[in-house]
Write a protein that binds this ligand. Structure first.
Ligand code: GDP
Length: 458
């Protein structure tokens, strides 16, 4: 087993940078680059676990930086191996030169996610817990962080363990029965096969029940910006992102297709689609764009209806009639910088279309703070976030859904024929599917692929 090293903190300037070393030679290699400032000096091979020492890190005889070196002895470390962490100042060269010095002393550069992969292979984390470490790092909202931590604490692993436990019991009995088929009564007395199959099915249904909400947590809340051409949809979006993600122009229909962008607004992550201006058109490209806009509106959790304060007419209401319901709509009256007095009956008509109405000027940025507050209120009130403890990532969802479809088939076969030899084969395949989910049954190649999506140093 090699000894690996890598910078674990982001590259660039920062207070500190942490370089991690893990493997059988971690202490010996660290000893070659570290000189303790203590008297008598502390050396990594002699230091106790969970202790640290102040000193300098060297490349040959040239000092790189002051540092703190921490020691974690196997198995009481993140990876389960001997681990050293060296904290240097977070400069452009300090961390890189420290890694070079460690490599010159016998370490190899860690692959993406290799520290976490080793933790998994050494039994420190289940696969789902290891995956959740990445979810914790990537979490952008409080909801994402809470759910990632629930998985890290092993909630998903426990659920899978319960299902695989039930299946293992059933598979074992079916296996023994296959060898001694005459003793059916003996093996299955007080053992209800159908009950176990149904319980596994219902547990898997529970696990996969909310793909829509999982999608919201993984990718942000699907949101669509709808409005006639030129009301300021793109300008509004640009205002939100603070960068140009859509073309702003005076020519109606410039936004011919849907532009999607992910935006953090307050503590919410929105996946916003800016749609083509919706109007009757002969232009074939625009027609396609408009059709897609309608499709996007159908699947959106939040619909932002944009009105141009200077040009509100029946056409606006005609468009919105088919695309929005009051409960999932926020009306945004744009171009208020034009200081146009809106008749009160017009406002009443707009309010009737939306849960909230807000006045903005995308041109000079006014009203965006009010919009942010209203959006927060709207999201909380409409209970858009799932009411679940955690969500599955795509790999987990794909496997759990396949296992559910297989167990559903198994239940059907059992009810129609009760052919136990077929049931036995089917249950084995569901079990092996679920062991891939928990990581008990994955090849090194699959583990390498999963962990390669982690960042370097993790
Ligand atoms: P879209 O077709 O709905 O995406 O509209 P655009 O964002 O392309 O804007 C159409 C025109 O309206 C452009 O000339 C913008 O500069 C202008 N516009 C957008 N927002 C405002 C605003 O708040 N005030 C004023 N006065 N003009 C705006």
């Amino acid at each position: 087993m090699s000894t690996i090293c890598s910078v674990s903190t982001p590259h660039g300037l920062g207070g500190i940078a942490v370089i991690r070393i893990s493997g059988p030679l971690a202490f010996k290699i660290a000893d070659k680059v570290f000189k303790s400032a203590a008297n008598p000096p502390k050396t990594p091979p002699q230091m106790k676990t969970y202790t640290c020492a102040y000193g300098q890190v060297y490349s040959n005889d040239e000092i790189i930086d002051d540092c703190i070196l921490s020691v974690f002895r196997a198995p009481h470390s993140f990876t389960g191996e001997d681990v050293c962490e060296i904290s240097v100042h977070g400069g452009y060269l300090t961390a890189k030169k420290t890694v070079d010095a460690l490599i010159n002393s016998g370490a190899v550069h860690a692959r993406n996610g290799e520290f976490t992969e080793r933790a998994f292979l050494n039994g420190k984390l289940s696969l789902t817990q290891a995956e959740s470490v990445m979810d914790v790092i990537r979490a952008k909202t409080n909801t994402e962080l809470r759910m990632a931590n629930a998985k890290k604490d092993g909630l998903l692993a426990k659920r899978i363990e319960k299902i695989t436990g039930d299946l293992r019991g059933l598979c074992a009995k079916l296996g023994v029965w296959a060898d001694y088929p005459d003793d059916y009564d003996y093996y299955f007395e007080n053992f209800d096969i159908e009950e176990i199959l149904l319980s596994v099915k219902s547990d898997l249904e529970e696990l996969t029940k909310s793909p829509k909400s999982d999608e919201i947590i993984r990718n942000g809340i699907p949101t669509v910006v709808i409005g006639k051409p030129n009301v300021g949809k793109s300008s509004f979006l640009n205002c939100l992102t603070g960068r140009s993600t859509a073309i702003v122009s005076d020519i109606p229909g410039t936004t011919r297709d849907i532009i999607e962008t992910e935006i953090m607004i307050g503590e919410h992550r929105l996946r916003i689609k800016d749609t083509a201006g919706i109007h009757e058109t002969a232009d074939i490209i625009e027609t396609i764009g408009i059709a897609r806009a309608k499709e996007a509106a159908d699947t959106a959790e939040i619909k932002l209806l944009i009105f141009d304060a200077g040009n509100i007419d029946d056409c606006d209401f005609e468009i919105y009639k088919n695309l929005a319901e009051k409960s999932n709509t926020i009306a945004i009256i744009n171009k208020t910088d034009l200081n146009i007095d809106l008749p009160s009956e017009m406002l009443t008509r707009i309010n009737a279309k939306a849960a909230f109405t807000v006045k903005i000027s995308a041109k000079n940025g006014t009203g965006i703070d009010e919009f942010t507050e209203i959006l927060d209120k709207f999201i909380k009130q409409s209970k858009i976030y799932p009411d679940t403890e955690f969500v599955l990532n795509e790999r987990q969802m794909t496997i759990a859904a396949a296992a559910l479809s297989r167990i559903t088939e198994t239940v059907d076969v059992y009810k129609t024929s009760a052919a136990l030899d077929i049931i036995s084969v089917m249950c084995d395949s569901v079990l092996s599917e679920l062991l891939t989910l928990s990581g008990e049954n994955i090849t090194v190649a699959v583990a390498d692929k999963i962990f390669s999506e982690f960042c370097v140093g993790k």
